[in-house]
Design a protein around this ligand. Structure first.
Ligand SMILES: CC(C)(COP(=O)(O)OP(=O)(O)OC[C@H]1O[C@@H](n2cnc3c(N)ncnc32)[C@H](O)[C@@H]1OP(=O)(O)O)[C@@H](O)C(=O)NCCC(=O)NCCS
Length: 145
């Protein structure tokens, strides 16, 4: 049984699971301190997807109506629909908060995530040259709600 919940309190089991999942991706660098900040900060939301009570993925976003910025999304394992379901929760939250615009930036080499976002309705709107390590471009994507 899958379910998505919002994380509003510091819970070490949840923190360790999120850090474990993020450690599987070379494109995510999330420290424990930053994660705790995101959980506690009122403008950031941290949501997790559980399957049979095991945490399989998380999504962190910044919500300041009328805009949302996706900070990080990651799942483990991949290709089981966890990512799509996390985004679907986000789109519902966007509608509930009168958000009309969701943005994110993405490492140019992260093709899996780029395809994932395109399939879920995002479009490339701009490029930040040499944004990562002064070497790799960031692709800015947007979805209008
Ligand atoms: C990007 C990311 C979050 C996508 O999550 P995901 O859960 O793998 O994505 P989904 O499962 O929803 O969709 C991916 C594919 O699985 C397919 N799929 C969905 N449910 C499925 C299921 N039950 N069985 C088999 N395939 C399934 C989807 O159709 C899709 O296939 P397609 O690409 O051929 O259309 C994931 O690849 C990831 O964690 N990447 C590393 C972190 C990262 O780079 N994050 C982005 C930058 S912050």
């Amino acid at each position: 049984m899958e379910n998505i919940v919002s994380v509003n309190n510091i819970d070490n089991n949840i923190i360790n699971s999120i850090l474990f999942i993020s450690s599987k991706s070379e494109y995510i660098s999330l420290s424990e301190n930053n994660l705790k900040h995101y959980i506690e900060d009122k403008y950031h939301n941290v949501i997790i997807i559980k399957d049979d009570d095991e945490i399989k993925g998380f999504l962190i976003y910044f919500l300041l109506s009328p805009e949302i910025d996706i900070i990080f999304i990651a799942v483990y394992p991949n290709n089981k629909g966890y990512g799509r379901k996390l985004l679907s929760y986000l789109f519902d939250d966007a509608k509930a908060n009168n958000v009309n615009n969701i943005k994110l930036d993405l490492h140019e080499n992260n093709i899996t995530a780029k395809n994932f976002y395109i399939k879920n309705g995002f479009k490339k709107i701009a490029v930040r040259k040499k944004y990562y390590n002064n070497q790799f471009d960031a692709i800015i994507m947007e979805k209008l709600i």
